[in-house]
Write a protein that binds this ligand. Sequence first.
Ligand code: BDR
Ligand code: CA
Length: 313
Amino acid sequence: KRLFVIDTDAGLDDAQAIMMALAQPDINIIGITTVNGNTTVNNVSKNVLRLLKTCRRLDIPVYQGCDGPLMPHLDPVDAGHYHGVDGFGDVPDPDPVDPKMIKPEHSALALVRLANEHPGEINLVAIGPLTNIALALRLDSGFGSKLKHCFIMGGNTEGKGNIKICAEFNFCADPEAASIVLNLLGCPVTVAGWELCLKCGFTWEWYKRLISKGTAKSELMRVLEANTIVKFYKEGSSEFYITADQIIMSVAIDPKTVKAHEEVYATVALNDPLTRGMMVIDWSEHLQKKPNVKVVTEVDHDLYGKYLQDALN
Ligand code: BDR
Ligand code: CA
C-alpha cells in the first residue's frame, strides 16, 4: 500500500480531502497531523476525530501540532466566515470522540519519526499552514529527503489572494513556514495554488449530488457546509461551488489528475505588508535557480470530480 501522512487544519475542504484518501483501498494513512489555521489547533483535532468517527476510521493516529505560526502575526488571518468559527460549520457534534484519542506526540515530532521509520515511502499531503512541516525540517534538516513526495495546497500563481489582496490563506497564515518548506524541503514538491481552485469549480447541480447520497459522510458535509461555504458562495452569487484541498488530494491519489504543470522556482514574499504571504514564482528564470516545485496549472476535471463523488459514497 502507498503510505500517506496528511497535515491538516480541518476545515471543511480538508474534511472532504481526507475522505478522498480514506476511500482509496491502496492508500494507508499512517498519521494525521493537525495544525492551527482555519480554526484553533484544538478545534482542528476535534474535527479530525469527528470525521474519522463518521468514516469509522478512528484507528488512524491523530497527532496535534502547532497552535500558531512560527512568527507572531501583526495581522492574523481568520477563516471563520468560510468554515465556521470552530472550523466545522459551528454545528456541534452530539456525540464527540474523547479528545484522549489524540496521541501525546507533537505533530512535528511525529512527522520526523514517521519519516525515519519509512524512509522514501511517505507521501505527505499538506492542506493547512505549513508550520508543522517547517518545524519538522528545523528539527531534522534531513526530514524532506526522507519523504517520497510532498503535495501542498497553497500559494498563488497569479497574485490573486483569497484572504489578502494577493495571498492565499495557507501561505498567508504562516509565510515563514511556507518559505522554509519551499526553499529547504528538498523532496519532489507539487503545489496546487488558489487560482487553480477558482478554475476547478463545480455546478450547484453537481454539488447537490455530492451531498444527497444519504450516506453518513455526505450527510455530515451537507450539514456542516450549508451555513458556511455554500452560503458564502451563494451569497456572492457564485455560479460554482469552489474546492481547494480536495484538488491536491486528487493529485496525490492519482497523478493522472494533472493535465498540465510547470516546473519552476517558487518562494514566498515576507517583508511587505501588501504582499506578505504571496507565493512568488520565477516564471522567466531570472534567478537561474533550480526548480523546487511542480505547479499544477490544469486538472482533469471529470476525474477529479469522480474522486470527490466516490469519497462520499
Ligand atoms: C486553503 O485555506 C483554507 O481555508 C482551506 O482549508 C484551504 O486549505 C484555501 O486557500
Ligand atoms: Ca485546509
